[in-house]
Design a protein around this ligand. Sequence first.
Ligand SMILES: Nc1ncnc2c1ncn2[C@@H]1O[C@H](COP(=O)(O)OP(=O)(O)OP(=O)(O)O)[C@@H](O)[C@H]1O
Length: 331
Amino acid sequence: MADRSLLRVENLTTQFELPAKGFFKPPVFLTAVNNVSFDLAEGRTLGVVGESGCGKSTLGRSILRLLKSQKGRILWQGRNLLDLTEEEMRAARRDMQIIFQDPIASLDPRMTVGDIIAEPLTVFEPKLSKAERTERVRQIMGAVGLVPEMINRYPHEFSGGQAQRIGIARAVITRPKLIICDEPVSALDVSIQGQVITLLRKLRKEFGLTLIFISHDLSVVRLISDDVLVLYLGRVVESGDCATVFDHPAHPYTQALFSAAPIPDPKLARLRTRIRLQGDPPSPLNPPKGCVFSPRCWKATDICRTEMPPIEEVRPGQKAACYHMDRPSME
Ligand SMILES: Nc1ncnc2c1ncn2[C@@H]1O[C@H](COP(=O)(O)OP(=O)(O)OP(=O)(O)O)[C@@H](O)[C@H]1O
């Protein structure tokens, strides 16, 4: 990945404490994000993919330190976010915003659109006058394709696509550096999805944003991302430059996941073997020994069932954690 690192995550582990089953039993911990590391350069978009429950949303929220039990390092502009006080963390969140999947549910129905979009300004720029705040809101509404005259309307008067534009306006109004997009188009009609993706790409360019784009929709991820991180049971199994990983997936899990996604290049499409993933991922409460993917993997051998494979370079710009990964042939 490229040079100017904006965010570096090192060995991030996030657990949820589940209530104990019996009266005298200790609480149980579910590891949703397990030892995740990656580097995100300024201006790039990192796609985070994997099946449902593999830890994508937990990773997004962990970066903003919205969850309790987190270990590792989240290096942001030279500081480890996990070392900050609550107050310092609140201030840091000005530069890091999140957009959620369900646009209408994530907007307060009792607030006007203007008040919703202005909310971060009241927190981070409290000295602005009412007139200045309204002007900023009107400007940003224009930038996200909303008619500024809608400023006094309520969320229920908007369609899903417009509601997501309101969420995006709220996220960008303080001019953050990083936006975490957690399945931002999954709840929208396909035709509207394209418009929201186009808007995110436009804002990325205009505002110099860096994005983390969480999605289970691989074609959407490919459309917007520069880099990709493939998660399985909370772990990174493969990462790298998006085009390389999509065209030459090295890890069997990535191969299976991507084999269901459309491939634009017909030559590569012909080469791609169709692999059907059998069964569901195991529970993170009871992870398999060795490689976490081994119980579903058609390449697994004894070593895979006992030892965790290290993450290694496949080719420049691509890494995978598999003893039997597809490596480039020597020519
Ligand atoms: N608040 C919570 N309390 C307990 N367990 C949780 C909580 N939130 C998530 N989990 C568990 O953590 C694991 C990762 O969940 P997460 O929602 O991060 O996955 P995901 O990849 O985003 O899934 P999806 O695509 O379905 O949203 C799952 O096993 C999930 O059941």
